[in-house]
Design a binder for this molecule. Structure first.
Ligand code: ADE
Ligand code: ZN
Length: 350
Protein backbone atom coordinates (compact mmCIF):
# COMPACT_ATOMS: atom_id res chain seq x y z
CA UNK A 1 0.00 0.00 0.00
CA UNK A 2 1.12 3.55 -0.75
CA UNK A 3 2.81 4.97 2.39
CA UNK A 4 1.95 8.53 3.22
CA UNK A 5 4.01 11.25 4.83
CA UNK A 6 2.73 12.18 8.30
CA UNK A 7 -0.27 14.51 8.41
CA UNK A 8 -1.35 15.96 11.77
CA UNK A 9 -4.79 14.72 12.97
CA UNK A 10 -6.13 18.28 13.30
CA UNK A 11 -5.56 18.69 9.57
CA UNK A 12 -7.74 15.67 8.73
CA UNK A 13 -11.07 17.50 8.19
CA UNK A 14 -9.48 19.88 5.65
CA UNK A 15 -7.80 16.96 3.92
CA UNK A 16 -11.00 14.91 3.79
CA UNK A 17 -12.81 17.87 2.27
CA UNK A 18 -10.08 18.71 -0.24
CA UNK A 19 -9.25 15.23 -1.53
CA UNK A 20 -10.72 14.34 -4.92
CA UNK A 21 -13.26 11.54 -4.62
CA UNK A 22 -15.99 9.62 -6.42
CA UNK A 23 -19.49 9.24 -5.02
CA UNK A 24 -20.95 5.83 -5.89
CA UNK A 25 -24.03 5.60 -3.67
CA UNK A 26 -26.39 8.54 -3.99
CA UNK A 27 -30.10 8.25 -4.72
CA UNK A 28 -30.99 11.36 -6.66
CA UNK A 29 -34.46 11.41 -5.05
CA UNK A 30 -32.64 11.39 -1.70
CA UNK A 31 -30.94 14.67 -2.56
CA UNK A 32 -34.32 16.42 -2.74
CA UNK A 33 -33.98 19.08 -0.04
CA UNK A 34 -37.13 20.28 1.78
CA UNK A 35 -36.74 23.73 0.19
CA UNK A 36 -36.85 22.15 -3.27
CA UNK A 37 -39.81 19.95 -2.31
CA UNK A 38 -41.79 23.09 -1.46
CA UNK A 39 -40.53 25.01 -4.51
CA UNK A 40 -41.51 22.16 -6.86
CA UNK A 41 -44.87 21.69 -5.13
CA UNK A 42 -45.57 25.40 -5.74
CA UNK A 43 -44.36 25.23 -9.36
CA UNK A 44 -46.45 22.12 -10.05
CA UNK A 45 -49.54 23.10 -8.06
CA UNK A 46 -49.19 20.10 -5.72
CA UNK A 47 -50.44 20.09 -2.13
CA UNK A 48 -48.16 18.93 0.72
CA UNK A 49 -49.32 17.63 4.10
CA UNK A 50 -46.72 19.79 5.95
CA UNK A 51 -46.90 23.40 7.09
CA UNK A 52 -43.48 24.34 5.80
CA UNK A 53 -39.84 23.39 5.43
CA UNK A 54 -39.16 23.21 9.16
CA UNK A 55 -42.22 21.03 9.85
CA UNK A 56 -41.09 18.67 7.09
CA UNK A 57 -37.53 18.53 8.48
CA UNK A 58 -38.94 17.70 11.92
CA UNK A 59 -40.60 14.62 10.37
CA UNK A 60 -37.16 13.26 9.44
CA UNK A 61 -36.84 11.13 12.59
CA UNK A 62 -36.50 7.53 11.48
CA UNK A 63 -36.50 4.26 13.38
CA UNK A 64 -35.54 1.96 10.51
CA UNK A 65 -35.29 1.79 6.71
CA UNK A 66 -39.05 1.48 6.12
CA UNK A 67 -39.89 4.53 8.25
CA UNK A 68 -37.55 6.53 6.01
CA UNK A 69 -38.77 5.05 2.71
CA UNK A 70 -42.38 6.04 3.46
CA UNK A 71 -41.46 9.72 3.70
CA UNK A 72 -38.88 9.53 0.89
CA UNK A 73 -41.42 8.21 -1.64
CA UNK A 74 -43.92 10.88 -0.53
CA UNK A 75 -41.28 13.62 -1.07
CA UNK A 76 -40.50 12.37 -4.59
CA UNK A 77 -44.15 12.86 -5.62
CA UNK A 78 -43.49 16.56 -6.40
CA UNK A 79 -41.26 15.54 -9.34
CA UNK A 80 -43.39 15.69 -12.48
CA UNK A 81 -41.63 17.28 -15.43
CA UNK A 82 -38.32 16.81 -17.21
CA UNK A 83 -37.15 20.17 -15.86
CA UNK A 84 -37.86 19.00 -12.27
CA UNK A 85 -35.50 16.04 -12.73
CA UNK A 86 -32.95 18.30 -14.39
CA UNK A 87 -33.08 20.83 -11.53
CA UNK A 88 -32.80 18.06 -8.92
CA UNK A 89 -29.73 16.44 -10.47
CA UNK A 90 -28.14 19.77 -11.30
CA UNK A 91 -28.47 20.93 -7.67
CA UNK A 92 -26.91 17.70 -6.41
CA UNK A 93 -24.01 17.85 -8.88
CA UNK A 94 -23.28 21.52 -8.07
CA UNK A 95 -23.25 20.62 -4.36
CA UNK A 96 -21.12 17.50 -4.89
CA UNK A 97 -18.54 19.50 -6.87
CA UNK A 98 -18.05 21.78 -3.84
CA UNK A 99 -17.12 18.60 -1.90
CA UNK A 100 -14.46 17.84 -4.54
CA UNK A 101 -16.45 14.95 -5.97
CA UNK A 102 -14.96 14.55 -9.45
CA UNK A 103 -17.22 11.68 -10.49
CA UNK A 104 -20.67 10.51 -9.38
CA UNK A 105 -22.63 7.37 -10.24
CA UNK A 106 -26.20 8.32 -9.47
CA UNK A 107 -29.09 5.99 -8.64
CA UNK A 108 -32.58 6.83 -9.77
CA UNK A 109 -35.80 4.94 -8.95
CA UNK A 110 -37.95 5.06 -12.12
CA UNK A 111 -40.80 3.01 -10.65
CA UNK A 112 -41.41 5.73 -8.05
CA UNK A 113 -42.26 8.02 -10.95
CA UNK A 114 -43.73 5.77 -13.64
CA UNK A 115 -46.26 4.49 -11.07
CA UNK A 116 -47.55 8.11 -10.87
CA UNK A 117 -47.86 8.48 -14.65
CA UNK A 118 -44.48 10.20 -15.21
CA UNK A 119 -42.81 8.59 -18.23
CA UNK A 120 -39.38 6.94 -18.22
CA UNK A 121 -38.32 9.43 -20.90
CA UNK A 122 -39.24 12.41 -18.72
CA UNK A 123 -37.10 11.05 -15.88
CA UNK A 124 -34.07 9.93 -17.89
CA UNK A 125 -33.95 12.91 -20.24
CA UNK A 126 -33.97 15.36 -17.32
CA UNK A 127 -31.35 13.51 -15.29
CA UNK A 128 -29.11 12.82 -18.30
CA UNK A 129 -29.15 16.43 -19.50
CA UNK A 130 -28.10 17.55 -16.01
CA UNK A 131 -25.21 15.04 -16.08
CA UNK A 132 -24.04 16.31 -19.48
CA UNK A 133 -24.25 19.99 -18.47
CA UNK A 134 -22.52 19.37 -15.12
CA UNK A 135 -19.29 18.39 -16.82
CA UNK A 136 -18.98 21.84 -18.42
CA UNK A 137 -20.58 23.82 -15.57
CA UNK A 138 -19.11 22.18 -12.47
CA UNK A 139 -16.22 20.09 -13.82
CA UNK A 140 -17.77 16.83 -12.55
CA UNK A 141 -18.52 13.68 -14.53
CA UNK A 142 -21.72 11.81 -13.76
CA UNK A 143 -23.47 8.65 -14.93
CA UNK A 144 -26.81 7.01 -14.11
CA UNK A 145 -27.70 3.67 -12.50
CA UNK A 146 -31.33 2.59 -12.71
CA UNK A 147 -32.52 0.94 -9.51
CA UNK A 148 -35.33 -1.56 -9.30
CA UNK A 149 -37.58 -1.34 -6.25
CA UNK A 150 -37.31 -4.68 -4.49
CA UNK A 151 -40.68 -4.40 -2.69
CA UNK A 152 -42.28 -4.66 -6.15
CA UNK A 153 -42.37 -7.81 -8.29
CA UNK A 154 -39.77 -9.06 -10.76
CA UNK A 155 -42.45 -8.71 -13.43
CA UNK A 156 -42.65 -4.99 -12.62
CA UNK A 157 -38.85 -4.77 -12.88
CA UNK A 158 -38.99 -6.43 -16.33
CA UNK A 159 -41.63 -3.91 -17.45
CA UNK A 160 -39.40 -1.09 -16.16
CA UNK A 161 -36.42 -2.47 -18.07
CA UNK A 162 -38.58 -2.58 -21.22
CA UNK A 163 -39.49 1.09 -20.76
CA UNK A 164 -35.80 1.92 -20.33
CA UNK A 165 -34.69 0.16 -23.55
CA UNK A 166 -34.76 3.34 -25.70
CA UNK A 167 -32.57 5.08 -23.09
CA UNK A 168 -29.90 2.46 -22.41
CA UNK A 169 -27.24 4.78 -23.89
CA UNK A 170 -27.87 7.05 -20.88
CA UNK A 171 -27.70 4.28 -18.24
CA UNK A 172 -24.49 2.49 -17.20
CA UNK A 173 -26.01 -0.08 -14.89
CA UNK A 174 -28.81 -1.36 -12.70
CA UNK A 175 -29.22 -1.57 -8.95
CA UNK A 176 -31.67 -2.94 -6.39
CA UNK A 177 -33.01 -0.82 -3.54
CA UNK A 178 -36.01 -0.12 -1.25
CA UNK A 179 -37.28 -2.40 1.58
CA UNK A 180 -34.65 -5.07 2.05
CA UNK A 181 -36.04 -7.50 4.65
CA UNK A 182 -38.32 -10.09 3.05
CA UNK A 183 -37.10 -9.23 -0.46
CA UNK A 184 -33.94 -11.27 -1.08
CA UNK A 185 -31.85 -10.80 -4.23
CA UNK A 186 -33.02 -14.19 -5.61
CA UNK A 187 -36.41 -12.59 -6.32
CA UNK A 188 -34.73 -10.65 -9.17
CA UNK A 189 -32.42 -13.35 -10.60
CA UNK A 190 -33.93 -13.35 -14.10
CA UNK A 191 -34.20 -9.63 -14.64
CA UNK A 192 -30.62 -9.11 -13.50
CA UNK A 193 -29.45 -11.84 -15.85
CA UNK A 194 -31.17 -10.01 -18.70
CA UNK A 195 -29.51 -6.75 -17.66
CA UNK A 196 -26.09 -8.40 -17.63
CA UNK A 197 -26.70 -9.76 -21.12
CA UNK A 198 -27.53 -6.22 -22.22
CA UNK A 199 -24.05 -5.19 -21.05
CA UNK A 200 -25.23 -3.21 -18.04
CA UNK A 201 -23.20 -3.05 -14.86
CA UNK A 202 -24.87 -4.69 -11.88
CA UNK A 203 -24.89 -3.51 -8.26
CA UNK A 204 -27.30 -4.23 -5.39
CA UNK A 205 -28.17 -2.98 -1.93
CA UNK A 206 -27.51 -5.88 0.42
CA UNK A 207 -26.66 -6.25 4.08
CA UNK A 208 -27.96 -2.83 5.09
CA UNK A 209 -30.56 -4.30 7.45
CA UNK A 210 -30.65 -7.72 5.80
CA UNK A 211 -28.50 -10.73 6.73
CA UNK A 212 -25.18 -11.84 5.19
CA UNK A 213 -27.20 -14.37 3.13
CA UNK A 214 -28.55 -11.44 1.09
CA UNK A 215 -24.98 -10.36 0.28
CA UNK A 216 -24.14 -13.91 -0.82
CA UNK A 217 -27.28 -13.84 -2.99
CA UNK A 218 -26.32 -10.48 -4.52
CA UNK A 219 -22.86 -11.88 -5.36
CA UNK A 220 -23.69 -15.40 -6.49
CA UNK A 221 -27.16 -14.99 -7.99
CA UNK A 222 -27.26 -11.37 -9.24
CA UNK A 223 -23.48 -11.34 -9.85
CA UNK A 224 -23.27 -7.85 -8.35
CA UNK A 225 -20.01 -6.02 -9.05
CA UNK A 226 -20.47 -3.79 -5.99
CA UNK A 227 -22.49 -4.18 -2.82
CA UNK A 228 -24.35 -1.10 -1.61
CA UNK A 229 -24.02 -0.84 2.20
CA UNK A 230 -22.92 -4.42 2.98
CA UNK A 231 -22.13 -3.55 6.60
CA UNK A 232 -23.76 -6.76 7.89
CA UNK A 233 -20.96 -8.74 6.18
CA UNK A 234 -18.92 -8.54 9.40
CA UNK A 235 -21.16 -11.27 10.87
CA UNK A 236 -19.86 -13.85 8.37
CA UNK A 237 -16.11 -14.52 8.27
CA UNK A 238 -16.27 -16.49 5.00
CA UNK A 239 -18.14 -13.64 3.35
CA UNK A 240 -15.57 -11.12 4.55
CA UNK A 241 -12.84 -13.27 2.96
CA UNK A 242 -14.78 -13.51 -0.30
CA UNK A 243 -15.34 -9.73 -0.47
CA UNK A 244 -11.66 -9.07 0.22
CA UNK A 245 -10.32 -11.72 -2.17
CA UNK A 246 -12.57 -10.70 -5.08
CA UNK A 247 -12.13 -6.99 -4.31
CA UNK A 248 -15.89 -6.46 -4.31
CA UNK A 249 -16.40 -2.84 -3.23
CA UNK A 250 -18.83 -1.86 -0.48
CA UNK A 251 -20.46 1.56 -0.82
CA UNK A 252 -20.83 2.40 2.86
CA UNK A 253 -23.05 5.28 4.02
CA UNK A 254 -22.31 6.08 7.69
CA UNK A 255 -24.79 8.93 8.31
CA UNK A 256 -27.53 6.88 6.66
CA UNK A 257 -26.68 3.93 8.92
CA UNK A 258 -26.84 6.20 11.95
CA UNK A 259 -30.14 7.85 10.96
CA UNK A 260 -31.79 4.49 10.16
CA UNK A 261 -30.54 2.97 13.42
CA UNK A 262 -28.37 0.30 11.76
CA UNK A 263 -25.81 1.29 14.42
CA UNK A 264 -26.75 2.88 17.73
CA UNK A 265 -24.25 5.67 17.14
CA UNK A 266 -21.60 6.73 14.61
CA UNK A 267 -18.89 5.81 17.13
CA UNK A 268 -20.16 2.20 16.89
CA UNK A 269 -19.95 2.06 13.07
CA UNK A 270 -17.87 -0.83 11.67
CA UNK A 271 -16.00 1.08 8.94
CA UNK A 272 -12.69 0.53 10.77
CA UNK A 273 -13.33 -3.22 10.80
CA UNK A 274 -14.18 -3.25 7.09
CA UNK A 275 -11.03 -1.36 6.14
CA UNK A 276 -8.94 -3.45 8.55
CA UNK A 277 -10.11 -6.62 6.80
CA UNK A 278 -8.79 -5.22 3.51
CA UNK A 279 -12.21 -4.62 1.95
CA UNK A 280 -12.63 -2.04 -0.81
CA UNK A 281 -14.87 0.16 1.34
CA UNK A 282 -15.97 3.60 0.19
CA UNK A 283 -17.88 6.37 1.98
CA UNK A 284 -21.00 7.86 0.40
CA UNK A 285 -24.06 9.92 1.28
CA UNK A 286 -27.03 7.67 0.22
CA UNK A 287 -29.85 10.23 0.75
CA UNK A 288 -28.10 13.41 1.91
CA UNK A 289 -31.21 15.60 2.14
CA UNK A 290 -32.72 13.17 4.66
CA UNK A 291 -29.68 12.01 6.61
CA UNK A 292 -28.08 15.33 7.50
CA UNK A 293 -25.07 15.49 5.25
CA UNK A 294 -23.37 15.18 1.89
CA UNK A 295 -20.23 13.13 1.23
CA UNK A 296 -17.76 15.39 3.05
CA UNK A 297 -20.07 15.57 6.08
CA UNK A 298 -20.10 11.76 6.06
CA UNK A 299 -16.31 11.59 5.92
CA UNK A 300 -15.61 14.33 8.46
CA UNK A 301 -18.19 13.21 11.01
CA UNK A 302 -17.18 9.55 10.69
CA UNK A 303 -13.49 10.35 11.19
CA UNK A 304 -14.42 12.50 14.21
CA UNK A 305 -16.50 9.66 15.70
CA UNK A 306 -13.93 6.94 14.94
CA UNK A 307 -10.74 8.56 16.19
CA UNK A 308 -8.51 5.66 15.11
CA UNK A 309 -9.03 6.59 11.46
CA UNK A 310 -5.97 8.28 9.95
CA UNK A 311 -4.85 10.14 6.84
CA UNK A 312 -3.83 6.76 5.43
CA UNK A 313 -7.46 5.63 5.75
CA UNK A 314 -8.65 8.85 4.11
CA UNK A 315 -6.36 8.22 1.15
CA UNK A 316 -7.51 4.57 0.97
CA UNK A 317 -11.19 5.55 0.95
CA UNK A 318 -10.69 8.03 -1.89
CA UNK A 319 -8.49 5.59 -3.79
CA UNK A 320 -11.15 2.86 -3.30
CA UNK A 321 -13.84 5.20 -4.62
CA UNK A 322 -12.01 5.48 -7.94
CA UNK A 323 -11.08 1.79 -8.07
CA UNK A 324 -14.73 0.86 -7.44
CA UNK A 325 -16.12 3.23 -10.08
CA UNK A 326 -17.27 2.20 -13.55
CA UNK A 327 -14.90 4.47 -15.47
CA UNK A 328 -12.05 3.61 -17.82
CA UNK A 329 -8.67 2.56 -16.45
CA UNK A 330 -7.21 5.68 -18.05
CA UNK A 331 -9.59 7.90 -16.04
CA UNK A 332 -8.79 5.94 -12.88
CA UNK A 333 -5.06 6.57 -13.41
CA UNK A 334 -5.64 10.32 -13.81
CA UNK A 335 -7.69 10.48 -10.61
CA UNK A 336 -5.27 8.30 -8.64
CA UNK A 337 -2.54 10.73 -9.58
CA UNK A 338 -4.60 13.78 -8.62
CA UNK A 339 -5.32 12.12 -5.28
CA UNK A 340 -1.63 11.52 -4.59
CA UNK A 341 -0.80 15.12 -5.54
CA UNK A 342 -3.44 16.37 -3.12
CA UNK A 343 -1.93 14.33 -0.26
CA UNK A 344 1.60 15.46 -1.14
CA UNK A 345 0.48 19.12 -1.05
CA UNK A 346 -1.12 18.60 2.39
CA UNK A 347 1.89 16.72 3.76
CA UNK A 348 4.21 19.52 2.63
CA UNK A 349 2.18 21.91 4.83
CA UNK A 350 3.02 19.79 7.90
N1 ADE B 1 -33.61 3.99 -1.34
C1 ADE B 1 -33.10 5.17 -0.98
N2 ADE B 1 -32.28 5.02 0.07
C2 ADE B 1 -32.25 3.71 0.36
C3 ADE B 1 -31.58 2.92 1.32
N3 ADE B 1 -30.76 3.45 2.24
N4 ADE B 1 -31.82 1.59 1.33
C4 ADE B 1 -32.65 1.03 0.45
N5 ADE B 1 -33.29 1.73 -0.48
C5 ADE B 1 -33.10 3.06 -0.53
ZN1 ZN C 1 -28.98 3.45 -0.86
Amino acid sequence: MHTLPAIAPERLPALLAAMPKAELHIHIEGSLEPEMIFALARRNGAALPYDGVEALRRAYAFSDLQSFLDIYYAGASVLLHEQDFYDLASAYLARAATDNVVHAEIFFDPQTHTARGVSMGTVVRGLHRACVDARAEFGISATLIMSFLRHLSEEDAFATLEQAMPFLDCIIGVGLDSSELGHPPEKFARVFERCRRLGLHVVAHAGEEGPPAYIWGALDVLRAERIDHGVQAVHDAALMRRLAQDRIPLTVCPLSNQKLCVFPDLSRHNLVQLLGAGLVATVNSDDPAYFGGYINDNLIRTFAALAVLTAQNAWQLARNSFEASFVTDADKRVWHQRLDECFERHAARG
